[in-house]
Design a protein around this ligand. Structure first.
Ligand code: FES
Ligand SMILES: [Fe+2]
Length: 308
């Protein structure tokens, strides 16, 4: 198998077709690991759930490469683009597409600043041939402006995903993709538990009294217990019931602190659905063990304490 980098593709197209290129680089540095950036750029299912600018209509997905037809909003118009995306080396992905007279070859690479801090560089090469190439410098600032705007918008949705994993790493968590980077197809297995908790996973001790007529007074009210990790829980009111949900998605670590839908929690990253860990009736007093907590319902109060 031959795998070409962006630089090689640009050279080949220049020699064979006299395609002339102009380029620019967009960078982001943040508190996450290289493997979080690698996963985020390969992760197919988040395109549908996290990115509002993208409509993914069909795709061919293999572990080493993928092809996707997507509709991207550009200046208010949904523009169809076919992307081919592949891993072109360690910590590097290359993808390309074309639109009208232009070809775009993009390469994203990651460098570690330190353990949980990474810099991601994305280099865009825009090419054209013939008379259009002559006018490319005129189009270039317009194309660069449109891509930069789009990139910034996508990053407002992608960076929180990476930084959420960076936060879990700061708490000692790891991910299966750290040891062996995921393939594109593997990212679609949303029922895999890929979050690895620390061996000495510390629980924050909880002792809390919740006044139901204040904090859980109406449909949809929500109370958070513990930390947003494998030990945390959210409590949500649905009619005369209290629903208990986890706060961490075991697939890739999304935070689940949001409102349930129809009695189910839907992961905001990839749409995995969770039933409640337990459902308690407000009309029935009693003592329960749910997850890591002992919970008693009595006279309009909920008393929650970590299990000893
Ligand atoms: S993180 Fe993937 S389904 Fe929740
Ligand atoms: Fe993304």
């Amino acid at each position: 198998m031959q795998i070409k980098t962006q630089k090689e593709l640009v050279e080949i197209l220049f020699k064979a077709e006299q395609v002339r290129f102009m380029d620019f680089v967009l960078s982001h540095e943040g508190d996450y690991a290289i493997s979080d950036a690698d996963w985020n750029y390969k992760d197919i299912p988040h395109l549908k759930y996290v990115h509002q600018l993208l409509d993914v209509d069909s795709s061919f997905i293999h572990n080493d490469y993928m092809s996707v037809i997507l509709f991207q909003k550009v200046f208010g118009f949904k523009v169809p683009l076919v992307f081919f995306n592949y891993q072109s080396g360690k910590d590097r992905q290359t993808y390309y597409t074309s639109l009208l007279f232009f070809v775009m070859i993009v390469e994203t690479s990651y460098e570690s600043i330190h353990k949980n801090r990474t810099k991601v560089n994305t280099k865009y090469c825009i090419g054209a041939k013939g008379v259009v190439a002559f006018f490319l410098p005129l189009f270039f600032s317009f194309i660069k402006h449109a891509i930069t705007k789009n990139h910034k918008h996508l990053m407002t949705e992608d960076i929180p995903m990476r930084e959420r994993r960076g936060l879990l790493r700061a708490w000692g968590y790891r991910f299966k993709g750290d040891d062996k980077p995921y393939g594109f197809a593997e990212t679609c297995h949303i029922y895999e538990p890929n979050v690895i908790p620390p061996e000495d996973c510390k629980k924050e001790p909880v002792e809390k009294t919740v006044f139901i007529d204040q904090e859980l007074s109406h449909e949809g009210s929500l109370v958070l217990i513990g930390r947003s990790d494998m030990h945390g829980m959210s409590i949500q009111r649905q009619g005369q019931d209290l629903l208990f949900f986890p706060r961490l998605c075991p697939h890739e670590g999304a935070c689940l602190d949001q409102k349930q839908t129809g009695g189910m929690m839907i992961c905001p990253w990839h749409g995995r659905k969770f039933k409640p860990l337990a459902t308690l009736s407000l009309n029935k007093e009693g003592f329960h063990q749910i997850g890591d907590y002992e919970i008693s319902v009595r006279q309009n109060t909920l008393h929650i304490a970590s299990k000893a």
